[in-house]
Every structure is written in structure tokens, then in C-alpha cells.
Write a protein that binds this ligand. Structure first.
Ligand code: PEP
Ligand code: MN
Length: 355
């Protein structure tokens, strides 16, 4: 159920509605939209009657929410959620490009890549320090050391960082370093982990499980939101099908479906979606055309030598070229991708110092 407040309602009236709902056994989530403030009532609503609210001061009306994904659905918030990460706005008119290596491999590697990504117009740096690898004998990531290098790359470039957190125990530590927490495909339905990231302040990017239905993805996002963290991005990264020509089947249907059913920003990952670097540009462009709010791309100075996912990783040079094409696609669909700030050369001085 939602209780829609009048535009001129006072904070005290909002508080009174929430208290009343809590007395009746509901959990309350105030949602401050651009056009209206609403209170979502979730949990056991058997003792809750709508009429009580309709008579309270400051209330415009109340209504039942039909969707199962109550907090992440459009009924509660018709406007798009815009997530502000260190001044980078995800979910607005600008399409945000997140890029970086699959794994952080060394200090030099992540700093060099971060500088190149910024120079090409990338807005957020990706890099895995805790890697969910299929084989226990493959490179598992640098752990906390990798997070320190990521933080240093952020210091130098100003790019916010996104990195995966794989376990509940690691949430406090990874949250200290990361601007955005990534929940990987293999953990989409790890409900303990979803509850844990729902209790921290960092925005979360939730990746679709390889056999996850979109309605399941939305309900997993709902776990995070129901714990009080509403800054969630939904990421399509390909699903497993009978097709073997690509690593995964990149389900671009997900973009318009998720945009219709949720107010949350939608991210597309054509690197994992295709598994081959030669297909990444086409699917990155298609993602923007389909309405994605952000892309996440794997980029490496020498992709064939990458310690993970090299085959699907594009070079720094190809990333630069792709950004130019992406900008044109964005404009064609009434979005933007900002030109890189060329006047800021301080990052390049750092690069020279490293060399
Ligand atoms: C990754 O982003 O490197 C990753 C492991 O992705 P996914 O969870 O989608 O496989
Ligand atoms: Mn990867």
C-alpha cells in the first residue's frame, strides 16, 4: 500500500502517517519523488486499513500496490531514480560509461587504465579485487590490496570506483573503499548478501543471475531496498541459453522491460553479455539505443595478457574509438555522453611520474 502525501503536507504530517502505519504492524518507507512524497507500507498489512490514512491531515490519497516489487516498481515512484555517485548522476539524461579491467592486477595497471578511461570520457572506474572464478586454481583477485590500488586510482583521476563484494563478512571493508558495490551474477539470489548491502549507504549495482528471470532480479533488488538502501542499479549481463557462439546470450529485452517496470537505473554489460571483444562495440551501441542508463565495459592495456576475461576485454585504444561512436548513438536517442575534460592534465602528469 502507498499513502500519497499532498504537495503542501508538512514533515510532521508525514511522521504522523508513518507512526500510525507502524502501530498497525507495517514497515514504512518514505519515498521523496520529484513530483510527490509517498509512504510505502510493506510487510504484514492484515491489520492495516486504508480509510484510516485517507482521513489524516496532509494525505492526498492511498492505494494498493499491485506489483510484488513494491519499492522498486513504478507505482511508488513514477519518476526515474537518479543515483549521485560523487557528482556522477546515473539514471538521468547522460549515459554513464563505467570501464576498467575485469581484475585489478597491479598498482600501475589500474592507475594507467584509470587515466586512459578518464581521458576517453569514462565516468566510473571498474575493477575486481575479489573475483568469483569458476576454477579455484584461477586468479582470485588481489583482495584488499587491490581495493587500495583502486582507491589510489580514484585519488589521482577523481573517478568514483565500483567493485564486487562477494561475502557478507566483506561488506564493511569493501564499503569503506568502494563508491558502488557490485553484486555479481553468481550472487544475485544470495539473500544474506542482499540484506547486508541493503544496510549500508553505498549504491549497489545488482547483476542479473545467469538463469535469473527479470521478475526475480526485481525481487532481489527489493531485498536491498526493503533494508533501506534505495540506491540500486539493475545490470543485464547476459543469460545462459543453448547458444554457444557467444559466452552468454545478451538479453537486451531486459532494458525496456526493466525500464517499464522499475524506476531504477539500468546498466548494460556487453563484455560479459557477449564474451568476445569483437562483439562488444555493436552490443554497447545497441544497449544505448535500447535505453540503458549506463554501460559497464572491460578495458585493459593488453587484453590478451589480462588475468581474467581477456577474451571479452577491449583495448584502451578501442575504448577511445568506441566512446566517440557511443556519443553519436546517445545523441540519436536524445541522451548525452559528455566529452572528456581535456583541460585537466594533472592525471597525465601522474602517469609520466609512474613511467
Ligand atoms: C565481473 O563483472 O567481472 C563479473 C564477474 O561479472 P558477472 O558477475 O556478471 O559474471
Ligand atoms: Mn569479468
Amino acid at each position: 500500500m502507498i499513502v500519497v502525501m499532498k504537495p503542501d503536507s508538512t514533515p510532521g504530517e508525514l511522521e504522523a502517517v508513518m507512526q500510525r502505519a507502524q502501530q498497525m504492524g507495517a514497515k514504512t518507507h518514505p519515498i521523496y519523488g520529484e513530483s510527490r512524497t509517498v509512504v510505502a507500507l510493506v510487510g504484514d498489512l492484515t491489520g492495516v486499513s486504508r480509510e484510516v490514512f485517507d482521513e489524516m491531515n496532509g494525505v492526498a490519497h492511498s492505494m494498493r500496490i499491485q506489483e510484488q516489487h513494491k519499492l522498486t516498481g513504478r507505482t511508488i515512484r513514477p519518476d526515474n531514480t537518479i543515483i549521485n555517485v560523487g557528482g556522477v548522476r546515473i539514471g538521468g539524461k547522460e549515459v554513464i560509461v563505467m570501464a576498467g579491467p575485469c581484475s585489478v592486477e597491479s598498482r600501475e595497471q589500474i592507475i594507467e587504465t584509470a587515466i586512459a578511461i578518464k581521458a576517453a570520457g569514462g565516468k566510473i572506474l571498474r575493477g575486481g579485487a575479489f573475483k568469483p572464478r569458476t576454477s579455484p586454481y584461477d586468479f582470485q583477485g588481489l583482495g584488499e590490496e587491490g581495493l587500495k590500488y583502486m582507491a589510489e586510482a580514484r585519488e589521482i583521476t577523481g573517478l568514483p570506483i565500483i567493485t564486487e563484494v562477494m561475502t557478507v563478512e566483506a561488506v564493511p571493508m569493501v564499503s569503506e573503499y568502494a563508491d558502488i558495490l557490485q553484486i555479481g551474477a553468481r550472487n544475485m539470489q544470495n539473500y544474506g548478501l542482499l540484506n547486508a548491502v541493503g544496510k549500508v549507504k553505498n549504491p549497489v549495482m545488482l547483476k542479473r543471475g545467469m538463469s535469473g528471470l527479470l521478475k526475480e532480479l526485481l525481487l532481489c533488488a527489493e531485498y536491498i531496498a526493503s533494508n533501506g538502501n534505495y540506491n540500486i542499479m539493475l545490470c543485464e549481463r547476459g543469460i545462459r541459453t543453448y547458444e554457444t557462439a557467444t559466452r552468454n546470450t545478451f538479453d537486451l529485452n531486459a532494458v525496456p522491460v526493466l525500464k517499464q517496470s522499475s524506476h531504477l537505473p539500468v546498466v548494460a554489460d556487453p563484455s560479459h553479455g557477449t564474451g568476445f571483444r569483437e562483439y562488444v562495440p555493436a552490443m554497447a551501441k545497441a544497449s544505448i539505443a535500447a535505453g540503458a542508463d549506463a554501460l559497464i565495459l572491460e578495458v585493459h592495456a593488453d587484453p590478451d595478457k589480462a588475468l581474467s576475461d581477456g577474451r571479452q576485454t577491449i583495448s584502451i585504444e578501442d575504448f577511445g574509438k568506441l566512446m566517440i561512436d557511443l556519443r553519436r548513438i546517445a545523441e540519436a536517442v536524445d541522451r548525452t555522453i559528455e566529452e572528456p575534460e581535456l583541460e585537466d592534465m594533472s592525471a597525465f602528469a601522474e602517469l609520466e611520474a609512474l613511467a
